[in-house]
Design a protein around this ligand. Structure first.
Ligand code: HEC
Length: 105
């Protein structure tokens, strides 16, 4: 049993979203409301060519934000998104991914 528990904990930690602090979540909430919501909507519902974020899991969101931060081309409107990911730290990305995936269903 103990070994099984350890494996679960290790798997959760490896996903990277488990160590998000309350402070990171609070910062993410503010960033989302002041920056991200302008395009992705107040509840992550998206609009027109701004993709819906609601219902996407934390790993997916974090991976996308890291791709944009790295300057990778993701979709046809990547240039609109890249500047907003460019200066994010790993902590901010983890916070935003956790905030969006747990707040907007
Ligand atoms: C100026 C409008 C704009 C702002 C502000 C913006 N985004 Fe985006 N975002 C976009 C667009 C447009 C895309 C799709 C880009 C593409 O085609 O690759 C996108 C894509 C994404 C994706 C990938 C969605 C998917 O389904 O693959 C995530 C995650 C994301 N944005 C999160 C954020 C977060 C978090 C913030 C705030 C830090 C933010 N965005 C701010 C316009 C914006």
């Amino acid at each position: 049993m103990k070994i099984a528990t350890c494996l679960v904990v290790a798997a959760v930690l490896a996903m990277g979203a488990a160590d998000v602090s309350a402070a990171d979540l609070g910062t993410a909430e503010k960033t989302y409301a002041t920056v991200c919501a302008n395009c992705h909507g107040r509840s992550g519902q998206g609009m027109a060519s701004f993709p819906k974020l609601a219902g996407k899991d934390a790993d997916y969101i974090a991976a996308r934000l890291k791709a944009y931060r790295a300057g990778e081309k993701v979709g046809p409107n990547t240039p609109l998104m890249t500047p907003h990911a460019a200066k994010l730290t790993d902590e901010q990305i983890a916070g935003l991914a956790a905030y969006v995936s747990t707040t907007f269903k």
